[in-house]
Ligand binder design. Structure first.
Ligand SMILES: [Zn+2]
Length: 322
């Protein structure tokens, strides 16, 4: 459990919790000198919503960026972060810029609502300054996907490399690490990222992941898309911020039985998420990827409040937790 907890603020800077501080526990020592910020770059699902980009969660630790998923429309949301204190300097055409530093992404699984923004993440920051390969970490199939994306955009890459536009030769390339099991996938002097297997619909074992991000100040856990499974609790344990997918229990109960069966095989309802919240007791439980089935955001929040009395929010795009 959390040793020697120190009180610190998690403040949602935008969205439903605006201005309302909630307490979080953080670790001592480096925590005082280290800053961890979570930005919900995209909170959507396969259902089209103009105000929800596809799944993408950015964790920034002392200006180093760790991106989780690259859903459609999420990359352009980086622009809204220009000038924020916790972000790298906003200088175009530089490897030190916000764009240049978009250099690694951890993918939960290959459903398109989580990866349709991958071509943009591979190519646009290169044009804006990234001069090193993009590291892409996630399930098997990513190697093929990225090779085929580069093939699809071959003419664009070719004219930028060999035309009159100044361009570097590495920024569009990728370094793919495919994983098939629970493991540490990244470690640097401050941050450890562990991928853990999650059960999601008919994806086979080892093809869908959540991520646990441990920083000097916080533990942030991202569920990815998953059904409720108590075996996951060991990976959620100790989370200061637990970011979890959710579906409306009221909404799903109105679907035909075969669809209900499918949804519970793939996703987690409010009632189940409340159970997780009570067990794990995160300082902040963030609901994302809301599957509503006709319910409104407000109804989903009310439904959750009926099951859970801990701190929770329904994430909106560009919500910031720190
Ligand atoms: Zn999804």
């Amino acid at each position: 459990m959390k040793a020697l907890p120190k009180r610190a603020f998690i403040v949602a800077l935008a969205g439903s919790l605006a201005g309302q501080p909630v307490f979080a526990e953080s670790q001592p020592d480096d925590a005082d000198h280290s800053e961890t910020t979570v930005v919900m770059l995209g909170t959507g699902t396969p259902v089209l919503k103009h105000d929800r980009a596809g799944q993408a969660i950015l964790v920034v630790v002392d200006k180093e960026m760790y991106l989780f998923d690259a859903g459609p429309g999420s990359v352009r949301h980086f622009d809204a972060l220009s000038g924020k204190d916790f972000m790298p300097e906003d200088i175009y055409f530089s490897n030190d810029s916000v764009y240049g530093e978009m250099n690694k992404v951890f993918i939960t699984h290959l459903d398109s609502d989580h990866v349709l923004g991958l071509p943009e993440l591979m190519l646009r920051p290169w044009i804006m300054g990234r001069s090193e390969p993009l590291k892409v970490i996630g399930p098997q199939g990513l190697e093929d996907m990225t090779v085929n994306i580069l093939e699809a955009y071959r003419d664009d890459i070719d004219h930028r490399l060999h035309g009159t536009q100044p361009a570097n030769e590495l920024g569009f390339t990728v370094e793919v690490t495919e994983i098939g099991d629970t493991q540490v996938v990244h470690q640097d002097d401050k941050v450890t990222v562990t991928a853990f297997k999650v059960p999601h619909g008919s994806w086979s074992d080892g093809m869908a992941f959540g991520y646990r991000v441990e920083t000097p100040g916080k533990t942030v856990v991202i569920s990815g898309d998953t059904r409720h499974d108590e075996a996951l609790y060991e990976h959620f344990e100790g989370a200061d911020i637990l970011i979890h997918e959710v579906m409306s229990e009221t909404g799903v109960s109105q679907l035909p039985q075969d669809w209900q069966d499918y949804m519970y095989h793939a996703h987690t309802s409010t009632r189940q998420l409340a159970e997780i919240g009570r067990k794990i007791a995160p300082e902040l439980l963030v609901m994302t990827h809301p599957l509503l089935f006709g319910q409104t955001d407000e109804q989903l929040r009310d439904e959750m409040a009926g099951y859970y009395d801990g701190n929770f929010v329904l994430a909106s795009d560009l919500d910031i937790y720190e």
